[in-house]
Design a protein. Structure first.
Length: 280
């Protein structure tokens, strides 16, 4: 059974240490490190490894887990000449914390005028640099399936499992995997079970979120969205997914913090239900 996790910016007004403490008080013992908290940590000191080790000590003392983290969300690895070197710093920080699965977006190069395959190849070239940087380290970079952000956007380079597997094959490293964002997929191919089974052992991370199929609402399961989470969990079990069951749900945090605490009870109930159904 995958461990229940909630991305750390669920408690957006708190430091990462305060968020961890609040999660524990509400029965959650695992989170994904959000890139907002990543930025907070990077700003603490120029010595990012020391900062990471200090947080790792705090995590261990509180019997908590952060095995998944989102690297710089808005990194444009092809369009921004300095993005890759900046990501080296993020990787060093996250490794020092103990994060093994690091989520990253490809660059869509939306204004380049290039074909899809040309944009794919440019991403592969840049990701190979990250591959060299992490070689031999206990790190997997998990490429996330995305969704269009504007009308008439060129075809996504990473819409589905086939796209992501093609990119990973081009990189030629077993230190790259896949992060499934269920909300993004619900806005594109809507084939969650098929995606998971195609990704197979390459699936290393999850962004669990729901929406109504028209915009990226980032809601928790079993509200008014249309993602079939029973199908999702059964497919995860069929491929023996070993990562955390991580919810990325900013659509839920525009309420007082005390009410977010109460929502965690419902999140836990949904998780327990899904885990039971998956076994039936």
């Amino acid at each position: 059974m995958s461990k229940l996790s909630i991305w750390s910016y669920y408690y957006y007004e708190l430091t990462i240490e305060e968020a961890i403490t609040r999660f524990i008080q509400n029965g959650i013992h695992c989170c994904e490190l959000a890139d907002e908290h990543g930025f907070e940590l990077l700003q603490r000191s120029e010595d990012v490894v020391a900062t990471g080790k200090e947080l790792a000590k705090f995590i261990k003392e509180h019997d908590f887990e952060i095995s998944q983290g989102h690297l710089w969300l808005k990194a444009r690895i092809c369009s921004d000449a300095g993005a890759i070197e900046k990501l080296y710093q993020w990787i060093d920080l996250y490794e020092a914390i103990g994060i093994k699965n690091m989520v990253l977006h490809c660059d869509q190069l939306v204004e380049s005028g290039l074909s899809k395959e040309e944009r794919v190849q440019k991403n592969i070239e840049q990701l190979k640099k990250l591959s060299e940087y992490i070689r031999g380290r206990n790190i997997t970079i998990c490429l996330e399936n995305l969704r269009p952000h504007m009308e008439n956007q060129p075809e996504l380079v990473d819409r589905n499992a086939d796209d992501l597997l093609h990119i990973i094959a081009g990189i030629g490293s077993d230190q790259f995997g896949i992060c499934l964002d269920t909300g993004h997929l619900n806005l594109t191919d809507k084939n969650h079970g098929e995606f998971i089974k195609k990704a197979g052992t390459h699936l290393k991370a999850l962004h669990i979120a729901d929406n109504e199929g028209t915009t990226d609402q980032h809601m928790m399961p079993f509200t008014r969205g249309t993602v079939d989470f029973v199908e999702v969990v059964r497919a995860l079990r069929s491929v023996d997914y070993r990562g955390v069951f991580n919810l990325e749900i900013p659509g839920e945090f525009c309420i007082p913090i005390e009410l977010r605490d109460e929502k965690i009870k419902y999140i836990r109930a949904c998780y327990d239900y899904l885990m039971q159904v998956a076994l039936s």
